[in-house]
Design a binder for this molecule. Structure first.
Ligand code: HEM
Length: 488
C-alpha cells in the first residue's frame, strides 16, 4: 500500500525501505513463506523480545511527570541544593503502583500503593521510593522475599492464598500496624490522587556544618483522602480494571493537575538514642506531637508520558539515588533496599539502565562516571579516555567536600534478634485503632473478616489474639465479624 506522496516511509531497523507490510513473501499465492522474507523475520524476532520482566513487586503502575517547588526554607537542616532557596523548582517523575498484583492486575484492589517520586535535581537524581503508608510489614530485609511469596500466588493452585498470606503476617506480630492500615478504610484508595505518600523509612539530612538530623518524609494529598469500600471496589473492577490509571491520566490530560504538599519530621541526631519508639524501626511511626510536620514544598503532576513503556515501564527507581545533604539511616530495611533496587534494575532493564532518558539526570553534564561497557552502552562509552583512577591527568577526581560526617554504629557483629531489642508491636496499632471512628472500626473488622476468610482457624485465632493485644475491642470486633460471615 504505497503512495506517491508517502511522507512517513517505513523502513527496517537498519533503515532499508520496506516495500510491503501486508503480504508475506510466499512460494506461490497459496504456498509456504520463504525464509528470505527478511522483514517478516525482523518483525517476528522483535516482537518475540518485546516484553521485559515485570517488577517483582509493584508490577502494575502509572506514572506522570511534574515539578517540585520549594515553599519553605529547610536549608539549615540540609545542604541539598534543591532545598537551598525557597522558590527552587525541579522536574519530577512519579510512578504509582499496587504491590501484589501482576502487570495486568485490577487497580482497585485492597493493597498498599507505591508512591515512587524522582526529583531531577541539579546534583543528580534523588528518588524517594515510598508507599501510601508510613510503616511496613516487617523490620528485617531478610523477610522481604517471604513477604512477596505470602501475598503472591500459591505455587500449586496459582491462586492468592489467605493461609499463605495471613499465616505469614500473624507469625510476624510486628506486621499488625501495617495490616491494620491495609484492612482499614484506607486500604483501597479511590484513586492515586486521593492518597498520601510516605518515604516511610528514617533518612538523614546533613547540613553545611555537617550536622545530621534524622528525617521522615510525608506527601499529603491536596485532593483530600478518598477511599473505596470492598463493595464499591468490586463493582468498579467489574466495570474498569484500570480505574487508577485512567483517573490519573485523565486528570493530567484535562489540566486538573494533582498536587501534594511535602512535609518533613525532623529529629536531632542525638535524640535517636533515647526516643521512646525505636526511631529506625519501619513498623513504627514517630509521633507528630514529638516531631511535628514541617512544610517543605509542593509536588505537582502536569504531564503524561508520551510513551508508557519508555518512561513508566523502564523507570528504575532506587532508594540509593541520593544527593549530598540527603542520606541513609541505620534502618535495616532501608539497608536491604539500597542493594535490591539497582540489582533488580540491572536484571529487569539492563546494566546501562541509567542511560534511558527517564533514568538519566536532566543536566547531562552531571554524569561523569567511569563505568564502562556492558550490554546496550549507547552513550559513546567515554570514547578514547582511559578509565583508570588514580591517574596523572586529574581525571575522575573525588569530591571530598561531599563526604558525610562519621556515624556511630554498634561494634559487635551478630545476628541480633530484633524482638529482644524491642517487642513493642502493639502500642501503635492500638493507638491507631482507638483514633478510628466507630464506623471506621467496623469497616476494619469487616474488611479483615473477608480478607482472612479461607485461612486456617488457628491462623484466624492468632490474628485475633494479636489484635486483642493492641486493644481488646479490636480482637472482639474482628471475632464477631468473622463469626458473622462464617470465617470462624
Ligand atoms: C519495587 C525490593 C521494601 C516501595 C521494588 C522492587 C524490588 C523491591 C526488587 C522492584 C524494582 C524494579 O524492578 O525496578 C524491596 C525490598 C524491600 C522493599 C528488598 C525491603 C527490604 C519496600 C518499602 C517500600 C517499597 C518499605 C516503601 C516504603 C517500593 C515501590 C516500588 C518497589 C514504590 C515500585 C517502584 C517503581 O514504581 O518502579 N521493591 N522493597 N519497597 N518498592 Fe520495594
Amino acid at each position: 500500500m504505497t503512495s506517491a506522496d508517502n511522507t512517513d516511509p517505513l523502513t527496517t531497523a537498519a533503515g532499508a525501505p520496506v516495500a510491503d507490510n501486508q503480504n508475506s513473501l510466499t512460494a506461490g499465492p497459496r504456498g509456504p513463506v520463504l525464509l528470505q522474507d527478511l522483514w517478516l523475520l525482523e518483525k517476528l524476532a522483535h516482537f518475540d523480545r518485546e516484553v521485559i520482566p515485570e517488577r517483582r513487586m509493584h508490577a502494575k503502575g502509572s506514572g506522570a511527570f511534574g515539578k517540585f517547588t520549594v515553599t519553605h526554607d529547610i536549608s539549615r537542616y540540609t545542604k541539598a541544593a534543591l532545598f537551598g532557596q525557597v522558590g527552587n523548582e525541579c522536574e519530577t517523575f512519579v510512578r504509582f503502583s499496587t504491590v501484589a498484583g501482576e502487570r495486568g492486575a485490577a487497580d482497585a484492589e485492597r493493597d498498599i500503593r507505591g508512591f515512587a517520586a524522582r526529583f531531577y535535581t541539579t546534583q543528580g537524581n534523588w528518588d524517594l521510593v515510598g508507599n501510601n503508608t508510613p510503616v511496613f510489614f516487617h523490620r528485617d530485609p531478610l523477610k522481604f522475599p517471604d513477604l512477596n511469596r505470602a501475598v503472591k500466588r500459591d505455587p500449586r493452585t496459582n491462586l492468592r492464598d489467605p493461609e499463605n498470606n495471613w499465616g505469614f503476617w500473624t507469625n510476624l506480630p510486628e506486621s499488625l500496624h501495617q495490616v491494620t492500615i491495609v484492612m482499614s478504610d484506607r486500604g483501597i484508595p479511590k484513586t492515586y490522587r486521593h492518597m498520601h505518600g510516605f518515604g516511610s523509612h528514617t533518612f538523614s539530612l546533613i547540613n553545611a556544618a555537617s550536622e545530621r538530623h534524622w528525617v521522615k518524609f510525608h506527601f499529603r494529598t491536596q485532593q483530600g483522602i478518598e477511599n473505596l469500600s470492598d463493595e464499591q471496589a468490586t463493582e468498579l473492577i467489574g466495570r474498569d480494571r484500570e480505574s487508577h490509571h485512567r483517573d490519573l491520566y485523565d486528570a493530567v490530560e484535562r489540566g486538573d493537575y494533582p498536587k501534594w504538599t511535602l512535609y518533613v519530621q525532623l529529629m536531632p541526631e542525638a535524640d535517636a538514642a533515647t526516643y521512646r519508639f525505636h526511631p529506625f524501626d519501619l513498623t513504627k511511626v514517630w509521633s507528630k506531637k514529638d516531631y511535628p510536620l514541617v512544610e517543605v514544598g509542593e509536588l505537582e503532576l502536569n504531564r503524561n508520558p508520551e510513551n508508557y513503556f519508555a518512561d513508566v515501564e523502564q523507570a528504575a527507581f532506587t532508594p540509593a539515588n541520593l544527593v549530598p545533604g540527603i542520606s541513609v539511616s541505620p534502618d535495616k530495611m532501608l539497608q536491604g533496599r539500597l542493594f535490591s533496587y539497582g540489582d533488580a534494575a540491572r536484571y529487569r532493564v539492563g546494566v546501562n539502565h541509567h542511560q534511558i532518558p527517564v533514568n538519566y539526570p536532566r543536566a547531562a553534564t552531571l554524569v561523569n562516571t567511569y563505568h564502562r561497557d556492558g550490554a546496550m552502552r549507547v552513550d559513546g562509552n567515554q570514547g578514547g579516555v582511559p578509565g583508570v583512577e588514580p591517574n596523572n591527568f586529574g581525571r575522575w577526581t573525588e569530591q571530598p567536600q561531599h563526604a558525610e560526617p562519621a556515624s556511630a554504629v554498634g561494634a559487635v557483629a551478630d545476628r541480633f534478634d530484633y524482638r529482644e531489642d524491642d517487642d513493642n508491636y502493639f502500642e501503635q496499632p492500638g493507638d491507631l485503632f482507638r483514633r478510628m471512628t466507630e464506623t471506621q472500626q467496623q469497616a476494619l473488622f469487616d474488611n479483615t473478616a473477608r480478607a482472612i476468610k479461607g485461612a486456617r482457624t488457628e491462623t484466624v485465632e492468632k490474628h485475633i489474639a494479636n489484635c486483642s493485644r493492641a486493644d481488646p475491642a479490636y480482637g472482639t470486633g474482628v471475632r464477631k465479624a468473622c463469626e458473622a460471615i462464617g470465617t470462624l
